[in-house]
Design a protein around this ligand. Structure first.
Ligand code: ADP
Ligand code: MG
Length: 324
């Protein structure tokens, strides 16, 4: 049974960045307005995620680590209607199966905080303790019992890059939440949580980037509306690393969106380099399937041609509007 749990965990939890993503999305679900992520050695040694959200009542702390115990899936069409980010109810169970995890949580209505500690899904300890309102997860010794996976962890450096990408995406999507990320006690990024997307971009990428962006004017005549920012000609890049896409406010990879944006930029700017793009696409939940990929990284749209057309025109029109 232990082996089955570990294999299942491998599906969801591939590397430290997957742990960070799941913990951060849980904190967002819990209504946090600040989320602090502190890792050691790119998350290989330790991952801490602290939030000021709703907290987990003492009697639910262990339940939270049970498979599907708290799944929010009530009906089948919820699958397509991702109102909340976490929906499979298995992330914490998976994390607990392959690491040493400590949870400390305090709902504001509860007098004391409570802590539970698990390793390889076994409960090691549980007791009342002192802590602020909100929740903290500490994950250590990731993959200690899955040598094959532990061996394939990349160097600290590439793990922290993957984590930085995750937090960057979450922070762009949730401009109302103040994020910090540190590695080995050194601050890597910090966002203001002031609900202003451009100041989040500025905090993440500096004024050099923020000052050279054009707003994308969303056109309600399209089923898929597109807003956000696109870099001017003097801000193009040699790689795709600065292309960020969000569908209904979640980050995804999508070839069709890539092609549409790059075509619009190339047709307008007459340049073959890659744009800096922060694109937020909104469309009715029933026209997009976000569950194609087990790790929810890719989307499938109801009609790729329509998506292409909508993105292409809205991006291109934003350039025209500005450059006229
Ligand atoms: P899911 O998010 O899909 O429900 P998880 O395994 O990620 O499944 O989390 C299990 C449950 O634990 C959540 O549904 C939630 O009730 C609780 N939980 C996890 N993290 C937090 C948090 N940071 N704040 C409050 N509750 C949390
Ligand atoms: Mg979750």
């Amino acid at each position: 049974e232990q082996t089955i749990k570990q294999i299942a965990a491998g599906e969801v939890i591939e590397r430290p960045a997957s742990v960070v993503k799941e913990l951060v999305e849980n904190a967002i679900d819990a209504g946090a307005s600040r989320i602090d992520v502190a890792v050691k050695q790119g998350g290989i040694a330790e991952i801490r995620v602290q939030d000021n959200g709703s907290g987990i009542p003492q009697n639910e702390c262990l339940l939270a680590f049970q498979n599907h115990a708290t799944s929010k899936l009530s009906r089948i069409d919820d699958l397509n209607n991702l109102l909340s980010m976490g929906f499979r109810g298995e992330a914490l169970a998976s994390i607990a199966a392959v690491s040493h995890v400590t949870l400390i949580s305090k709902p504001s209505a509860q007098e004391n905080a409570y802590m539970v500690e698990l390793q390889g899904s076994e409960v090691l300890k549980q007791q009342a303790c002192a802590a602020n309102n909100g929740t903290q997860f500490i994950v250590r010794n990731l993959f200690y019992n899955v040598p094959a996976r532990y061996k394939f962890l990349k160097k600290d450096n590439s793990e922290i890059q993957a984590i930085t990408r995750i937090i960057t995406e979450e922070a762009l999507a949730a401009a109302n939440i103040a994020f910090t990320l540190s590695n080995n006690d050194k601050i890597i990024l910090q966002t203001p949580g002031n609900n202003d997307r451009l100041s989040v971009i500025q905090a993440l990428f500096g004024t050099e980037v923020a000052d050279k962006l054009l707003p994308i004017e969303s056109d309600p005549n399209f089923t898929l509306t597109c807003s956000g920012y696109i870099g001017r000609a003097d801000l193009t890049r040699k790689s795709r690393r600065m292309e960020y896409f969000f569908v209904n406010n979640r980050s995804f990879a999508s070839n069709i969106i890539l092609k549409a944006v790059e075509a619009a930029v190339q047709d307008y700017l007459m340049t073959r380099t890659f744009p800096v793009a922060f694109l937020f696409l909104d469309l009715p939940a029933n026209l997009v399937d976000v569950n194609v990929h087990p790790r929810k990284l890719e989307v499938r749209f109801w009609n790729d041609n329509e998506v292409y057309r909508a993105v292409y025109h809205q991006v291109k029109n934003s350039f025209s509007a500005y450059l006229q």
